[in-house]
Design a protein around this ligand. Structure first.
Ligand SMILES: [Zn+2]
Ligand SMILES: [Zn+2]
Length: 254
């Protein structure tokens, strides 16, 4: 499985793009950095976008891609969204106020995007991959994923605070190649992290203690850029050789 990190930051600044992982060439998990990272030919190859939740930093390029590719695609781009996230996209984004309803443009039968809701704990297929969503702990309905291509799997936490369900699901996965885990705020902002459903290095350490397997690469993302230096120091102080912080532009083959 090829993974290209288009965005792995918890906020946007120069050289910091929001969450967006390209799997192979045709599927993206979250849409925080599609239009800023991919060329037009690359973007036109993306057939599926799978969303963890409806927060802006994860969905913002869905409306921009719809606008950009209008008239350039024969088939709709499939936007896979959990029930609540799909509702939010329809009501809050493609509502003909914030943005035109691209699920009916150019016409209802052949729109530029198609929103495909999934139940937050039922597996589904998207492109060449099988997705097992796992409901996690955030302020809105949010899921992590185990994504497999038949040969191996990776897990992505989604935006979440401490979660038992995520690790129970991860511990059941065979041939797990990597774990992508959010770590948003430094320890001094633990109160904010708890209220907003995010991890700090301190709560991350507690979460990693729930992981059974050893030696699986743990790749951190969603660091808030305004706190990045402190976060990196606190992550380094965990003294875990299996943990590293992702960077925009990273590429892996698992
Ligand atoms: Zn969020
Ligand atoms: Zn986020």
């Amino acid at each position: 499985m090829r993974l290209r990190v288009l965005g792995c930051s918890g906020g946007e600044l120069p050289h910091h793009r929001t969450t967006c992982f390209l799997l192979g060439a045709r599927l993206a998990v979250d849409a925080g950095a599609l239009t800023a990272s991919l060329s037009l030919p690359e973007l036109m190859r993306v057939d599926d976008v799978v969303l963890t939740h409806g927060h802006l930093d994860h969905v913002k390029d869905v409306p921009l891609v719809a606008d950009l590719l209008a008239g350039r695609r024969r088939r709709p781009i499939r936007i896979h969204a959990s029930t609540a996230c799909a509702r939010s996209l329809r009501q809050d984004v493609f509502n003909d106020r914030l943005w035109p309803d691209f699920t009916r443009i150019p016409d209802r039968r052949r729109p530029i995007i198609e929103i495909r809701p999934f139940a937050p704990s039922r597996p589904f297929r998207a492109g060449a991959f099988r997705f097992q969503p796992i409901p996690v702990e955030h302020t809105v309905e949010s899921v992590g994923f185990v994504v497999s291509d038949g040969r191996g799997a990776i897990a992505i936490s989604g935006d979440t605070g401490p979660s038992d369900r995520l690790w129970a699901a991860v511990n059941r996965v065979e041939r797990l190649r990597a774990l992508l885990v959010e770590c948003s705020f430094p320890n001094a902002l633990q109160g904010l992290a708890a209220r907003s459903g995010h991890l700090t290095p301190a709560t991350l350490a507690g979460e990693l203690a729930k992981l059974d397997g050893a030696g699986i690469p743990i790749l951190l993302y969603h660091l808030k850029p305004a706190h990045e230096a402190r976060l990196r120091r606190e992550v380094a102080a965990l003294r875990r050789g299996d943990v590293r912080v992702l960077a925009d532009g990273d590429r892996f083959t698992f």
